[in-house]
Design a protein around this ligand. Structure first.
Ligand code: G3I
Length: 384
């Protein structure tokens, strides 16, 4: 109890201090006098969309979840519903049901849609991977099938998707084998179709919806793994694409962090800015900050310092985006810890999101709220 009381005093003191820092005109403009303090409302004060990845199947049925998605966020990404295995489970048979539902929801709630993702080695339909593995789909046919997939999906959502993650995760990580151009030699698409496929997919997507913003999306591209090699590879490759006239509009920095590794926020911001200086937009597309927890159900951090490190790193991620004028959106990869990919992928870890397993906002939520409040009135975003 003593600790609880002490904590709420700290929170109250912090909020008061924050208010003192806000000039009166800004405090009025951002509604800190008592109006809308949702993340989306606060983000709009600087033209920055705040987003979440959404499990489309939960919308509507799960009221607590749905209210948070609608009330807190101004952009949504389909966590899985727009991936190839979801939209074309059998060859030639499309199923847009879940993705269309999300797009309708977004329209009803004034949200912009991030389309995710057109070319990725993961979550491919089994008819495709099986056909390639058994030789019944040749590389030439694979290229045609990919062309049709990109064209059909972007056409289906034409005018309804704000940003597309056109190509996802094709660069080599520090533990993988890079080609001379930095692409992952073992990536499914690069292995079968070569480096030139990257530019082609952007061209195909642009042809199908010339107004959508077309992004390259990846993780560890702003020094998160302790080296800047992957950033440099993406930077050089994308600069080259731009010089060739390939219609690429921006970079999606996923932003998957883990408190055990620390985070070089200056490096991150400098790398985002370098992409921006190339004439690209940038977006933080999949932010989460995981840590070790007691069990996957409760997800209570086992290290007491994690309750400070987790919101701190979230805050650094957001502030880096706020400080780079080309950063147009900040998306968190999931709504709450009970529905996050983290425990299923990283044994013993969790607690990565803004809401806990019971859909209650965590310190990371109020920290981001405060960061947005303090930056309100800085209209530097182009948003589109
Ligand atoms: O759809 C099946 C369902 O039929 C089955 O009953 C269930 C049983 O496990 O699995 C369901 O599929 C799961 C799917 O999510 C939909 O829930 C897969 O097993 C599971 O592997 C898949 O995980 C997704 C993961 O991508 C796949 O790589 C995560 O939800 C999703 O958050 C994650 O997102 C990726 C981004 O797309 C790209 N960047 C990294 C990020 C995290 O891995």
């Amino acid at each position: 109890m003593k600790q609880l009381r002490r904590r709420s005093t700290l929170v109250a003191t912090g909020a008061a201090a924050a208010l003192l820092l806000i000039p009166a005109a800004v405090a009025f403009a951002n509604g800190s006098g008592g109006s809308d303090t949702s993340l989306r409302a606060l983000g709009s004060k600087q033209g920055l969309r705040i987003g979440t990845a959404v499990d489309a199947a939960r919308l509507g049925g799960d009221k607590g979840y749905t209210d948070i998605v609608a009330g807190q966020f101004s952009t949504v990404t389909a966590e899985n519903a727009m991936k190839w295995e979801s939209v074309e489970p059998s060859r030639g048979v499309y199923d847009w049901t879940a993705a269309d539902q999300l797009v309708r929801f977004a329209r009803q709630h004034g949200q912009a849609v991030r389309g995710h993702t057109l070319m990725w080695h993961n979550q491919l339909p089994s008819w495709l991977t099986t056909g390639v593995a058994n030789g019944s789909i040749s590389d030439a046919q694979l290229r045609d099938i990919l062309h049709r997939h990109v064209t059909d999906e972007v056409t289906h959502f034409k005018g309804k998707v704000w940003q597309w993650d056109v190509v996802n995760e094709v660069f080599a990580n520090s533990w993988e084998t890079p080609q001379a151009d930095g692409l992952n030699a073992d990536d499914f698409w690069i292995k079968h179709l070569g480096s030139g496929i990257v530019g082609d997919v952007f061209r195909w997507a642009h042809k199908a919806d010339p107004k959508a913003l077309l992004m390259y999306n990846d993780y560890n591209i702003t020094g998160e793994d302790g080296t800047n090699a992957k950033f440099q590879a993406v930077y050089d490759f994308v600069r080259n694409l731009r010089e060739q006239g390939v219609p690429i509009d921006g970079i999606g920095e996923q932003g998957h962090l883990d408190t055990q590794y620390g985070f070089d926020a200056q490096r991150y911001q400098a790398d985002l800015q370098a992409f921006g200086d190339l004439g690209l937009k940038v977006a933080v597309t999949e932010a989460d900050v995981r840590t070790f927890v007691d069990n996957p159900t409760d997800q209570v951090p086992t290290d007491s310092l994690a309750q400070y490190a987790q919101p701190y790193e979230f805050s650094e991620l957001l502030k880096g985006c706020e400080l780079v004028k080309q950063c147009i959106s900040f998306t968190v990869w999931g709504v709450y810890d009970g529905d996050s990919w983290i425990p299923g992928t990283f044994g013993g870890e969790g607690y990565g999101l803004l809401y806990d397993v019971n859909l209650k906002p965590k310190t990371a939520y109020s920290t981001l709220q405060q960061d947005l409040r303090l930056a309100a009135g800085a209209p530097r975003h182009t948003n589109g």
